[in-house]
Ligand binder design. Structure first.
Ligand SMILES: [Zn+2]
Length: 91
């Protein structure tokens, strides 16, 4: 049943369109850290299925540059097991 004259509450996507882009980037960085350095794709999906978060669809990976994530990526080992014949792997 629809009651005339009742104002509908704003959707989070409507709020996101009015937020300045710099504030949107700061919010995305804050949520990235709050959610244990979540990836940008998962952050966008989380914002879609939850309420109270801004829409981060306009955010690009370069906007979400994180020094902690860069250090962890440098320390990440590509292989967990040693290569049996390293000379063969080089060709
Ligand atoms: Zn990070």
């Amino acid at each position: 049943m629809v009651i005339k004259g009742v104002v509908k509450p704003l959707k989070p996507t409507t709020i996101a369109l009015k937020a300045p882009f710099k504030a949107l980037i700061q919010s995305a960085r804050l949520w990235h850290v709050r959610l244990s350095h979540i990836s940008l794709n998962l952050l966008k999906k989380t914002a879609l299925i939850t309420t109270g978060m801004l829409s981060f669809q306009k955010i690009r990976p370069e906007h979400l540059a994180c020094k902690t994530c860069d250090i962890v990526k440098m320390l990440h080992r590509p292989l967990k097991q040693p290569i049996k014949d390293p000379l063969h792997a080089l060709g």
